[in-house]
Design a protein around this ligand. Structure first.
Ligand code: 5AD
Ligand code: SF4
Length: 446
């Protein structure tokens, strides 16, 4: 979501005549888009601001701004603590960014905007500014979250759920597709309830997006197990462009921890959803988030998390140590888990997940898959893209003409979560130095 927000801010500023400058030393305005989901990400922001101070001393006219959730959460305190900061704004102020930056530049004022959109309507409008389009694009279709899981800062920094109308989203998707996008990932903190309070729903949006000519793949994140209805699950069985992949965080396998987290489901209800998803789409690649060391989590509770990890065999798991967030309910919970225990549990969970992934990925060697090539990697050695299951695949014998195209790839190597393969149909000539030559541009698919 932050990638999307950053792109949106640069798009809005570009449409007002600003130019994107990636070198911080050269830029007149430096905006740092931030996340406050865990304490660590906030610390990173503060230490980065410290590192940047010499640049302000060198050039007092250079503007520094903090955008995103740290801005929203810390607001005025951040301006007070960091004298070289000129602008602090939250995620809801994104559409006002041009005016805010203008005020700093033209009037020399320090600016704070952490206002939430005041109206109580369940819809909002935010048409995309499509200057350029990547093969795979994110598109935010709603904002906020109504859940208030007891550990989570999101409802405080991004407010209540509001959705964009389907017609506006579909028109954005068409604009991206016209500019070359082939895969769209719809974004929302709690995306299954998209359209809440209106007559529209996520299932309807997906059906309409499926009809868009030129679009090849549809994905969405993030789902909440309680809100993932039968209609959405069934779509994995019959909507052709919907990728066979779903991110479905479960956070903990223990019913008592889930209750304390206010997640509104039990382990067996979660596992039932997994069963339904696999019923509709046996090949579906499932991924999840877990939190270890939530207050009161015992060894037996943690074993339940390991049990779910072992049973489901996810294709990817993001694993986090619980981090207390100011203002959330869990902050006041007793029975804090010592840091060393959190470390040990994280280590155990990671070891289990990695061994499962390693096995899964090695089983793919020799198989063929379709990869939407997104880019040439930074070192210029291989092309990178994802298969329909969301796995990243590095392809060594593709050419620039493959970027933005879906090509058939044979998996030849699996190194941890790293898959490598060859573009089937491209010549595999080996150069003298042992490297493989790229196919000529004409050999890329049309
Ligand atoms: N501490 C640790 N992890 C958290 N997450 C959200 N809040 C916290 C927190 N306070 C994790 C959850 C969520 C993911 C985006 O971040 O697993 O699904
Ligand atoms: Fe946070 Fe997700 Fe819970 Fe909403 S559903 S409060 S975003 S963890």
């Amino acid at each position: 979501m932050n990638v999307y927000d950053s792109d949106r801010m640069s798009g809005l500023l570009e449409s007002q005549g600003y130019q994107l400058e990636k070198d911080i030393r050269k830029a007149d305005v430096v905006l740092i888009n931030t996340c406050s989901i865990r304490d660590k990400s906030e610390h990173k922001v503060l230490s980065l601001l410290g590192e940047l101070r010499p640049l302000k001393q060198k050039n007092p006219n250079k503007v520094f701004g903090i955008t995103g959730c740290v801005g929203q959460r810390m607001g005025r305190t951040l301006l007070q603590r960091v004298p070289h900061l000129d602008l602090v704004m939250g995620p809801d102020a994104i559409d006002r960014i041009g005016g805010l930056v203008g005020t700093v530049l033209n009037e020399g004022k320090r600016v704070l905007d952490v206002n939430f959109d005041a109206d109580r309507k369940k819809t909002y409008s935010q048409p995309s500014v499509v200057h350029r389009a990547k093969p795979s694009e994110f598109l935010t279709i709603m904002k906020g979250c109504d859940h208030f899981c007891t550990y989570c800062i999101v409802p405080f920094t991004r407010g209540r759920e509001k959705s964009r109308p389907i017609a506006e989203v579909i028109s954005d998707v068409r604009s991206f597709v016209e500019k070359g996008t082939r895969e769209i990932t719809f974004l929302g903190q709690n995306i299954n309830t998209y359209g809440k309070g209106t007559s529209e729903s996520l299932a309807q949006l997906i059906e309409q997006a499926d009809q868009i000519e030129g679009l090849e793949r549809i994905r969405y994140v993030t789902s909440h197990p309680r809100d993932l209805g039968e209609d959405l699950m069934a779509q994995f069985g019959h909507v052709s462009k919907l990728c066979p992949a779903l991110h479905l965080p479960f956070q903990s396998g223990s019913d008592s921890v889930l209750k304390a987290m206010s997640r509104l489901y039990t382990q067996s209800q979660y596992l039932e959803k997994i069963e339904r998803l696999r019923h509709y789409c046996p090949e579906i690649a499932l991924s999840a988030d877990i939190i270890v060391g939530f207050p009161g989590e015992t060894d037996a509770d943690f074993k339940e998390t390991l049990k779910v990890l072992a049973e489901v065999e996810f294709a990817g798991v993001f694993m986090f140590k619980y981090s207390p967030r100011p203002g959330t309910r869990a902050v006041s919970y007793e029975d804090e888990v010592p840091e060393s225990v959190k470390d040990e549990r994280l280590y155990q969970a990671q070891a289990l997940v990695h061994s499962i992934l390693d096995r899964q990925n090695r089983a793919l060697i020799g198989s063929k898959t379709h990869v939407l090539i997104e880019s040439l990697d930074k070192k210029g050695k291989c092309f990178t893209g994802r298969n329909p299951h969301g796995k990243i695949v590095h392809v060594f014998n593709a050419g620039m003409a493959c970027v933005g195209k879906t090509i058939e790839v044979e998996i030849t190597e699996a190194n941890g979560s790293n898959l490598r393969g060859f573009y089937v149909g491209a010549p595999r000539t080996i150069r003298e130095d042992g490297s493989l030559s790229s196919p000529s541009v004409s050999q890329a698919p049309n």
